[in-house]
Design a protein around this ligand. Structure first.
Ligand code: CS2
Ligand code: MG
Length: 402
């Protein structure tokens, strides 16, 4: 079997997606997600202008050699654009391999290590009361784990509080929206949210929270300590993680489990965090973390240090990534939890898939390959339109982390 062509497909059913479709001379094709929220066309060009010409004629079964060729052969290594492009190729090749061998990809990754993939949903509200109600809705839908994000008194907007329920999509058409932030107001507010949630729902439901890169290490230490009575499943992205060692400060002050890494694209973004056990969950995902081939290696390294996975799964990762992630999640030994932000109906129509939700778990389904497809005809009805993630400024106008 040889790769005979590859197409880079950009569409926007509710939000922008970039999908790589690799076609073989035996009529089998594979899909890979290449979506990088707010920088989609950079990855589309990296694929069509630089990677696709090098794929033609290769054996699609050579997932390891092709990965090494694209990583080492680029000379300019790592970074979200490069690694999203490599991830897309890798996902598509695993999809082809599973289809050619007539088996779901998880059977090529060691088979099922668990009956299903526990997921968490995203509850958000303008205030504590609304957020408590939203968490209740997720629990009544059978979720065992729910992330809670609420508006902060005194702030016009904040991360994680969407424009409407269920679907949280931060990217907006036009130029980047400007948000305003106050860590002080936020820190005073969050413990009250989780106290209200535990009073209302008790101790069984797993509760998660995303600080979204906005705190300093000592602020994160304070928040972690103040959240200890509410035993969160995790506190995510408490601090920007360029300085991995900075998490030593957070770790020494709190037992609240820490999750990090949805923006990581290489093990070298997390090697100290993992080997010094400064985190409990690694959020690297298939689409930005080098695909299944690379993420399996990173997960094995993390397993040596008691670090579990908690793959990113926001709406800006397409159903192709969700499908690939589930084959990865269900097979690795140190699976922790999978984020599951539901896509809109238009998106699900463009990307028909076999994965399904049942009683708090996602299941990949048993179709050969990844179990996801792409309706090219329908996708053409949703043309790309540039969109940006917001930017964030402190009350005095200082640029901050969004
Ligand atoms: C968030 C994401 O899901 C999460 O944990 O951090 O929604 C993130 O804001 C988006 O993926 C950015 O595109
Ligand atoms: Mg996050």
């Amino acid at each position: 079997m040889k790769i005979k062509d590859a197409k880079v497909l950009v569409c926007s059913p509710a939000r922008n997606f970039v999908t790589l479709k690799i076609l073989t001379d035996e009529g089998i094709y594979g899909l890979g997600d290449a979506t990088l929220n707010g920088r989609e066309l950079a990855v589309a060009s990296y694929l069509s202008d630089h990677i696709v010409p090098c794929l033609i004629g290769r054996d699609p079964f050579q997932t390891e050699d092709i990965w090494q060729y694209l990583y080492r052969g680029a000379y300019w290594r790592r970074g979200p654009v490069t690694m999203s492009a490599i991830s897309a190729v890798d996902m598509a090749l695993w999809d082809i391999k599973g289809k050619a061998l007539k088996t779901p990809v998880y059977n090529l990754l060691g088979g099922k290590s668990r009956t299903g993939v526990m997921v968490y949903g995203h509850a958000n509200g303008a205030d504590i009361g609304q957020t408590v109600d939203e968490v209740g809705k997720y629990i009544s839908q059978g979720y065992l784990a729910v992330r809670a994000q609420s508006g902060v008194p005194g702030l016009k907007s904040t991360y994680g509080v969407g424009r409407g329920q269920m679907f949280y999509e931060p990217a907006e058409k036009g130029l980047p929206p400007e948000n305003v932030w106050s860590s002080e107001k936020y820190l005073m507010h969050v413990p009250k949210l989780f106290e209200a949630l535990r009073v209302k729902f008790g101790d069984d439901v797993h509760l998660l929270h995303d600080a979204h890169h906005r705190l300093t290490p000592i602020q994160a230490a304070r928040l972690g300590k103040e959240l200890e009575p509410y035993h969160l499943f995790w506190l995510e992205d408490a601090v920007p993680a360029e300085l991995q060692e900075g998490f030593r400060i957070v770790r020494q002050h709190t037992t609240t489990p820490l999750a990090l890494g949805e923006i990581f694209d290489s093990v070298w973004d997390a090697n100290i965090l993992i080997s010094e056990q400064l985190i409990d969950y690694l959020r690297m995902t298939v689409v930005h973390g080098g695909g299944i081939t690379n993420l399996k290696k990173v997960a094995a390294f993390a397993d040596m240090y008691h670090v579990q996975t908690g793959c990113h799964g926001a709406t800006d990762l397409s159903p192709v990534t969700m499908a690939a992630a589930l084959h990865f999640d269900i097979s690795i030994p140190n699976f922790g939890i999978q984020e599951y932000m539901r896509h809109t109906k238009e998106t699900d129509d463009v990307f028909p898939h076999s994965y399904y939700f049942e009683k708090g778990y996602l299941h990949p389904g048993d179709k050969p390959g990844l179990g996801v497809d792409y309706d090219e005809k329908l996708a053409k009805k949703f043309p790309y339109e540039r969109a940006y993630l917001p930017v964030n400024r402190k009350l005095d106008g200082t640029m901050w982390n969004w």
